[in-house]
Every structure is written in C-alpha cells, then in structure tokens.
Design a protein around this ligand. Structure first.
Ligand code: ADE
Length: 467
C-alpha cells in the first residue's frame, strides 16, 4: 500500500506519522508514504497557491494549476490502481467499512485542502472520492488524512502483529467492543468480572456479547438497530441452517450485509467482496427480492440456494456458468489435531507464481495475488534433503468466508498435509467463534471424503454458484 499526500504542510504529516505502528510498518516496507508540497508546483513568483473566489464570498480558494501539477507528479509514480481522495467535510463519512475497502487498493492519494477549499474544476478532473471524517470542520485536511491513513494501514496484512489483531473489534458486526481488563484483579476496590477468571470460553464469549450489546444499545442506538436487523435475518435463515450456513456466517462475521429481507420471500445478501447470495421461497419471491435490491446486481457472482431461480439469473444478468456445490460445515466446536512438526505459515504475495503454476483453473493471477495480499492464505512447508523449506500445499479462506483452494502438490500427497492444513484453518476459525464451512463441487469425491474424515457435516442439498 502506497500513500501519497498532497499538502501545504508536509512536515505536519511526517511528524504525525513517524511513531508507533504506522512507523513500524513503514520501516518494514509494508506501506510507503510520500508527501508532496503543493507550493512546490505553483508558477506564482511569490509562491502563492490561493486567490479570491469568483462571485465573492469570504476567504481564499486554492487554485487549480498547482494542485493539478502536484497531483500529476504523484500520479506518475502510482500504478493504475489508484484512488485520489479529496479530504473534505462535504464528503461521504469515513467508517470502518470504507477503511476496509480502501485497504485493498494499491495506491491512495490524499488531497488536503486549506483556506475555503479548492477550485472545483481541478477536483472534477482528478478526484475519485470525497471523504469527510465527521460532521465538524477542521482547519485543514491533514489531520483527517492522517486519521484515514492510520485506520487503513492497520488493515493492511502484516501491519498488525497477531496480538494486535484487527479481527475482533468494534464495528465489524455492528457492535461496539466489550470492556476489557488486565492485572491486578482488584484495583480501587473494583474487581475484574468473575466470569473472566473462570477459563470457560463459552461463558466468557456469552458475557462479552451481552456487554457489547448493552454498550451499543446505550451509546449507539443507530448501530444497535442494524445489529438487531441482522439478527432477525440470521434467525430466519437458521430455520434451514444446513442450507443457509454460509449466509448466516457471512452476516455473523460482518463480511456482508442484507440488501433485502422478507420472511415470506427470503433474503438477498451482498458479500463485501461483491458476490451476491440469495435464498428464496419461490422463483417469484426471488424475483421480488432482486427487484428491490438497492444495489445494481449485474456483472456479479451469485450463490443461490434454489435451482428454480437459475433461469431468472440467466435471463436478467446474462449469466451462463453454473456450478453446483455441497456445503460442509463443522459444528463440533472441538479443535482438530494438527501434527506438531507440521510447518504451517501464512503466505505472502511472493508465492503467487509458485501457487499459480499449480492452481489456475478457478482463479486469475490477479485474483490469486489479491488472496495472498489479503493475508488469508496459509501453506504447509516440508524440508528438502538440502534442508530448504518447500511449499507442499496451501489453503485459503475465500472473501465470503468459505474454506477453499485446498491443494497439495503432487510429490507431497499421501502425507496427511491436506488434513493438517484444513484442521489448522478450522482451529483458527473456532478461535474466532465461527462455524467453519466450505463448498465442495459436485463430483469432487476426494474432497467430500476429506470433509467426512475431519468430522464435517456434508449437506445433501446443493448450492449454485453462478457467474
Ligand atoms: N477538512 C476540514 N474538516 C474536515 C472534516 N471534518 N473531514 C475531512 N476533511 C476536513
């Protein structure tokens, strides 16, 4: 991730971000930061960058030319995958979801305004997003740009260490975080809540959820209303849990949202990565849900629970490819054994070519790079005779939450590597209080056998992935 800030106060950005986790990530090369002084690009002999506003009005405006030239210098050093953000109170309000979306970009250019703003013509030409950090007015865009860079950078894979994990935190599922405590057990006559000392994982999780709900209800009733809506949909889906486990987990994990829901018709969900999930009580009910979608659904990948809706998707969205899958899920809650000597590690982007050589039928090279960049892929390594660690197999969690892409390279098959990799991923999911699940293409007997061996339930109903 590369940040570039166009500003009249570059020292402010550099001083503000040269400590803490952001600075550590800069040092480790996980993120890059460049500041460009807009004043260096003015053609005015007195280095002025502002002028009076046409039509009158208080204050001065930043002129188009220096802003444009500074932006051009920045854009030349960026790849095509770049967004230019104008930091302004007249923008969409920044939140955790937008932070997650921006963290998937390669380059972000922040344009910081001063005075009364910037000439609209240059904004029209260069800006892709106008973003505010809240309904209040600051003296310039530098602090908001720093706020956004901080929130975005901590979601870039590798920036946070495990113990600083970004996985369980406020806003992911519309709840604020529960209260936390550290030593000593008693401080100023106040005890740590006894349940936290029991070691009973289930009780602790239930207590934390209750606390998070109470807190959210009191402090952020708007968020709580969203949480309750989500719970209503999950409850409805749970009436056919075997069929809907993927949709329930999507909502529970905060990896998507309900676009439409009607207890008589069904539910239409949008996954954060862009895929659409639909379950409906009839083809007509499905059509009604699609009609009501507030988001354009054309060109998207669909996962549907009912075969009778397929012709509707073909007709409406010109989709052609359909693949049936069984759903496998693990509800025992007991961690699975992973051999101690199995060397399993998170994979980074440097493995893209090696993996693509093995696995290229279902993903493009760019998609594979995205999977690796998002930090969800793991690999098992085996030592060669010369002592080198070789990648023997790999597994991923898809953006909608299903385990997948499990592959063991031919020379390493028959050594329990697939079992170990999937068990490892299941254990990780259990640690996050998730129900691990996966989708297995019809006819993939080897995978179905593996799922049963590991103790997963395999449904006899089929889901349809349509693209
Ligand atoms: N510039 C001034 N105030 C701002 C705000 N609230 N958000 C973003 N940019 C700003």
């Amino acid at each position: 991730m590369r940040f570039c800030v166009l500003t009249l106060f570059p020292q402010m950005i550099e001083a503000g971000l040269h400590d803490s986790i952001f600075a550590r990530a800069l040092k480790r090369g996980l993120i890059e930061l460049e500041t460009i002084d807009i004043r260096d690009y003015t053609k005015d002999p007195h280095r002025r960058v502002d002028d009076y506003t046409y039509g009158g009005g208080a204050g001065m405006l930043m002129q188009a030319q220096p802003v444009y030239d500074a932006w051009k210098a920045a854009a030349e050093r960026c790849t095509e995958n770049t967004r230019t953000i104008y930091v302004t109170p007249q923008g969409r309000v920044f939140d955790q979801k937008l932070a997650a979306e921006l963290s998937r970009e390669e380059n972000l250019i922040f344009l910081c305004g001063h005075y009364e703003g910037i000439d609209e013509r240059v904004l029209d030409e260069i800006v892709t997003d106008r973003i505010s950090i809240g309904d209040y007015v600051l003296t310039g865009g530098e602090l908001p740009a720093m706020v956004m860079m901080d929130a975005v950078s901590r979601l870039v894979p590798g920036v946070l260490h495990n113990e600083e994990s970004a996985e369980t935190e406020s806003f992911d599922n519309d709840l604020l975080e529960y209260p936390q405590y550290t030593r000593p057990e008693r401080w100023h006559e106040k005890e740590v809540p006894p349940v936290l000392l029991t070691g009973d994982h289930r009780k602790i999780s239930a207590w934390r959820l209750e606390q998070a709900k109470e807190r959210t209800k009191e402090i952020r009733p708007d968020l709580y209303a969203r949480y309750e809506y989500r719970q209503t949909v999950i409850k409805w889906l749970s009436r056919k849990k075997r069929q809907h486990i993927h949709m329930m987990e999507l909502l529970k994990r905060g990896r998507g949202e309900a676009l439409c829901f009607d207890p008589r018709d069904g539910a239409l969900l949008l996954e954060n990565g862009g895929a659409v999930m639909l379950t409906c009580t009839s083809a007509e009910a499905g059509e009604r849900l699609l009609d009501q979608s507030p988001v354009d659904l054309s060109g998207r990948l669909f996962c549907v629970c009912q075969q009778e809706i397929l012709p509707v998707l073909y007709e409406r969205y010109g989709l052609t490819e359909t693949r049936g899958c069984y759903q496998a899920y693990y509800t025992r809650g007991v961690p699975l054994p992973v051999p101690k000597d199995m060397d399993i590690r998170r994979l980074d982007i440097s493995f893209a070519e090696e993996i693509f050589a093995e696995y290229h039928e279902l993903v493009t090279f760019e998609e594979l790079q995205d999977c690796l960049a998002s930090g969800t892929m793991y690999g098992a390594f085996v030592r060669s005779e010369t002592g080198e660690a070789r990648l023997a197999g790999f597994i991923d969690t898809h953006s909608e939450g299903a385990l997948g892409m499990l592959q063991v390279r031919p020379p390493y098959r028959g050594r329990g590597i697939a079992v170990a990799l999937e068990s490892f991923m299941i254990n990780q999911a259990l640690g996050r209080d998730e129900i691990p699940f996966g989708h297995i293409f019809e006819g993939n007997e080897a995978s179905l056998q593996l799922q049963r061996k590991l103790g997963l339930n395999v449904t006899d109903v089929i889901l349809w992935w349509v693209s």
